[in-house]
Every structure is written in C-alpha cells, then in structure tokens.
Design a protein around this ligand. Structure first.
Ligand SMILES: [Zn+2]
Length: 111
C-alpha cells in the first residue's frame, strides 16, 4: 500500500466516469452530423455546447492523468508552484490538485 493509494483509487474512479462521458459526448457529436442540412443551423449551436463540454471533460482527464504521472515519479502532493507539500485535506477534496491552497487558482476556500 503506497502513500497515495486512496487518492489513486478515487482518481481512477473519476477517470472512468469522465471517459464514459467523453464517449457519450462524442457519440452525440457524430449523430448531429448525420442530420440533413436544414437542421444543421440549429444543431450547430448545440454542437458548440457539446464541444465545450467535451473540452472541459478532456481537460479534467488530462489533469487526472498528470496526477498519475506525478504519483509515478514521486512528485504527487508537492505544489508545482512553490514546492511545498499540499495538505492532506486539499488532496482529499481535489485529488488532482497541482498546487497548494496558497498557490491555487481553483475556487478559494475549497480545501
Ligand atoms: Zn504552493
């Protein structure tokens, strides 16, 4: 059992959920393009929303994969900005956190 076993389990669960969501969004985007052209003006707007969601989800996937990378090279839990240890409470709340509370650009007061 390594130090970050709990965080890893949590991130793996999050990652599975996110990848499932990406799969659904991609399926939705593909379906949209099968419609005939009259409908596409309306669908295009919808498309933009889906793409935005897709990008947000993919950004989160990248964040989680980066966290796994940091677990592998031993830098997980260390602030990428100031190099100090990220508090256990913060990692429990945001397991993919890159920075400590002080350096955080996430929602303040979140951890
Ligand atoms: Zn910091």
């Amino acid at each position: 059992m390594t130090k970050h076993e709990a965080a890893r389990a949590l991130l793996e669960k999050q990652l599975a959920r996110l990848l499932e969501r990406v799969g659904k969004l991609d399926a939705d985007l593909r379906r949209t393009h099968d419609r005939d052209w009259q409908e596409q003006a309306i669908e295009l707007e919808n498309d933009e929303v889906l793409k935005g969601l897709d990008e947000m989800t993919l950004a989160e996937v990248r964040r989680i994969r980066a966290a796994f990378g940091r677990m592998a090279n031993g830098t997980y839990g260390v602030c990428s900005t100031c190099g100090r240890e990220i508090s256990e409470a913060r990692l429990a709340a945001i397991p993919s956190a890159l920075t400590c509370v002080t350096c955080s650009t996430d929602t303040p007061g979140n951890a």
